[in-house]
Design a protein around this ligand. Structure first.
Ligand SMILES: [Fe+2]
Length: 171
């Protein structure tokens, strides 16, 4: 006994309804087999075309100015650097550091505001984040305490209109 999926059920019903010549199950199955062959063929082709692009684009330097922005690579927002680049202040402590991140950007309403700050480690892995609420939070200012960490630290500042900006500091 052959089991069929819901997707195949739908396809058979549509073929019978719209295409009266498919009264015989064998005719329908022949069409569906061709359909599956085309789907798998396209999937294989897509995988072949996409994979090299993903590998080539998967380095931070190539993403700057597109996926995220920096002072050196502001991309299409080259007039927005001062109001969107997160400023990082580091206060070293006995076992780590206190990090203060500030973006010189308005935070009055949801039309245009800084959504959040995110802190990443030297391998761009997530450490912590702070979300902002326009009207409730007065300015895009966040503080993080990092215990037992030393080395590069990255801060992301995300604007709802002007994308995400990256800056780096050393602890
Ligand atoms: Fe903005």
């Amino acid at each position: 006994m052959n089991l069929i999926t819901w997707q195949e059920c739908d396809t058979r019903a549509i073929l019978i309804f719209l295409w009266p010549k498919f009264r015989r199950i064998s005719d329908m199955e022949a069409v569906m087999d061709r359909r599956k062959f085309i789907q798998f063929g396209l999937a294989g082709t897509t995988g072949t075309l996409v994979a090299p692009r993903v590998i080539l684009a998967n380095t931070p330097d190539q993403m700057a100015g597109g996926v995220y922005h920096t002072s050196e690579a502001p991309g299409r927002w080259n007039k927005k650097v001062s109001s969107h680049l997160p400023n990082i202040e580091v206060e070293k402590q006995a076992n780590g550091a206190k990090i203060q991140v500030f973006t010189r950007h308005e935070l009055d309403d949801y039309e245009h505001y800084i959504i959040k700050h995110v802190i990443l480690d030297s391998n761009y892995r997530f450490i912590d984040e702070r979300m902002f609420i326009p009207g409730k939070d007065k300015e895009p200012l966040s503080e993080f305490t990092l215990e037992g960490y030393s080395g590069p630290i990255y801060a992301l500042s995300a604007c709802n209109q002007h994308d995400t900006w990256l800056n780096m500091a050393e602890i």
